[in-house]
Design a protein around this ligand. Structure first.
Ligand code: FEO
Length: 170
């Protein structure tokens, strides 16, 4: 069994990761409607990764004898108008998720819960990559997005992204 505060935060993180998946599906749909199938693909795969993150938290709780309580997933609440909007919102969202992982880590450290800290190490590293990817996508769009040929090439590049299961196995 885990310390109560740690268990509550882990359970909440399942919902946060599922919301992330929902948010990125919304971004994917937006780009699909705009005819940018590469950006749509990139966020569709991102949504799959977020679902995986949720399952990792769920299985970690179950492996530690904790009851999982599923809560309602909020509706994506970001208004998308310009092509750059998902890219900006995506970076901000990943920075927010990093803060959640950090809070969880702090709670685990306070509880001397070394097992949870070790589990969270993967997410600490993952958040570094998530922020870097989001930042790169935003910067490249801001640098080249106004040029239609360059935008076409960027979109083609993002279309090549393929899903791969997370490297963390529980
Ligand atoms: Fe599950 Fe994008 O962090």
């Amino acid at each position: 069994m885990l310390e109560k505060e740690v268990a509550i935060l882990l359970n909440e993180q399942i919902n946060k990761e599922l919301y992330s998946a929902y948010l990125y599906l919304d971004f994917s749909n937006f780009y699909k409607e705009e005819g940018l199938d590469g950006y749509a693909n990139w966020y569709y795969i991102q949504a799959q990764e977020e679902r995986d993150h949720a399952m990792l938290f769920l299985h970690y709780m179950q492996n530690n004898g904790e009851k999982v309580t599923l809560e309602a997933i909020e509706k994506p609440n970001i208004e998308l108008k310009d092509l750059v909007d998902p890219l900006k919102a995506g970076l901000e969202h990943e920075q927010y998720v990093t803060s959640l992982i950090n809070n969880l880590y702090t709670a685990a450290a306070k509880a001397n819960d070394y097992r949870t800290m070790q589990f969270l190490d993967w997410f600490v590293k993952e958040q570094g990559e998530e922020e870097e990817n989001a930042d790169t996508n935003l910067k490249r769009y801001e640098r080249f997005g106004a040029d239609l040929k360059a935008l076409y090439d960027l979109d083609k590049e993002l279309e090549a992204r393929v899903y791969s299961a997370p490297s963390l196995v529980l």
